[in-house]
Design a protein around this ligand. Sequence first.
Ligand code: OFO
Length: 166
Amino acid sequence: MISKRLEEELNKQINAEMYSAYLYLSMSAYLAKENLNGFSHWMKLQFEEEQGHAMKFFQYILDRGGNVELEKINRPQISWNGIIDVFEEVYKHEQYITNLINDLVDVAIQERDHATVAMLQWYVSEQVEEESTVSELLDQLRIIDGKGSGLFMLDREAKSRSLSSN
Ligand code: OFO
């Protein structure tokens, strides 16, 4: 059984992951409108990945005999100022999520819940990967100034992303 406090915090994280999914889906729509279909596809996979993150928490709460309490998901932004603006926001958002995961680890340690600490290690590593992937993409986009033939090439590369790889 998990403590009430931890149950509450894990439920909040389901909401944060679902918001991430929503935000990336909204970005996917924006990018499709901008004719960046490769990046739109990349963002749609990101949306699916975030739902997976939410579902891992969902299942974990149930496995530990806790209650899942779903909350309203906030409305994401619908428009950005070009591709660099999009990826700057993704990077900022992933850093925010990393902080949330670190806070969760702190709570699990305070509650002396070693199983939850162990489960959260997956997310700790995942965040390292997510931040590094996005920061690399952002650097590349800045090099080409987010336009021209460089953008065309990066968009084509983004189209080849599959769910197993970032
Ligand atoms: Fe993007 O890692 Fe979950 O939120």
